[in-house]
Design a protein around this ligand. Sequence first.
Ligand code: CO
Length: 334
Amino acid sequence: MRLISKTRSPFIHQLFYRIPVFKRTPVGNVTKRHSGFVMCLLCLLVSISGCSHAVSVEKNKDQAVSAQKEAILLVAFGISNDDKLPAYKNVERLVRSRVPDADIHWAYTSHIIRKKLAEKGIVVSSPEQAVAKLIAQGVTRLSVQSLHVIAGHEYEELLAVLHRYQSEFTSISIGVPLLSGVADADQVIDILLKNIPERRTDDALILMGHGTTHSADLCYVAVDGMLNTKDPRAFLGTVEGHPTFDQVLARCRQSGIRQAVLVPFMVVSGDHARNDMGGDDPESWKSMLAAEGIDARPVYRGMTEVDDLANLFVDHLMAARSFNGALSLKDKRN
Ligand code: CO
């Protein structure tokens, strides 16, 4: 009990599925008078940027770890083409290298992708279906890793599912998405900049992020600013959010860019990369850059194909799991 008392307040219990615990969040030092404000702040931080590396929901702390059956659930947006599978397989391989005996399961959050796959005879569970299956298999300790870039709509829907089934598990650990804070963004940018062998000396770098109507769209704006500070000839735009492609184009013009590599800032290199980024359609980024006299060469590599980037997701999973482990260790001693 003592291990968690420092990071827990009754207010937090009520707000986040009654019993979430926020690792690295100094709630224990905050007086009750300020708790309401702190909670709003936590809400914002978690939903916008996923500030903590581990959000744990745990139920019956007194159950011994040895009696628990653990499953790891990897939850991604989804990919409809089989040739995109290596990106996800890479994450699974790296999870297995850190948790050798892991019982790993997958779920896709995208209904459209699951439907497309079902038409090809490939069945992939939704998060809800996957969780229900794991309950039926007698899993008591659930470790979930979101393979999303930001804590946006998809991540929130995942949390809602886990909330619904919370009482069925002894503990649920949730690893937050890739960009869970400035430190993550910093690492992501550094790793990306070092892992584009296709980029020649005079090439600018243009990253294509997805973008969203969710407030977490701010993450992309932040990454673009940080990226551009580290490398003045590197820009990030998004398909459906901010920064917009027009903003990227304006800055390319200002910087006198003549050639560039186009790289997805996405977990997998999928339809957006193939069509909106590098397609031959006049509306693609490649074509619109060409119309400005900028020779842009597309690189079709999703972020999880780079081990160091995929490992950032695994780090988040491990942080969430080890926090739960700390609780269990204490229980053992009691
Ligand atoms: Co899209």
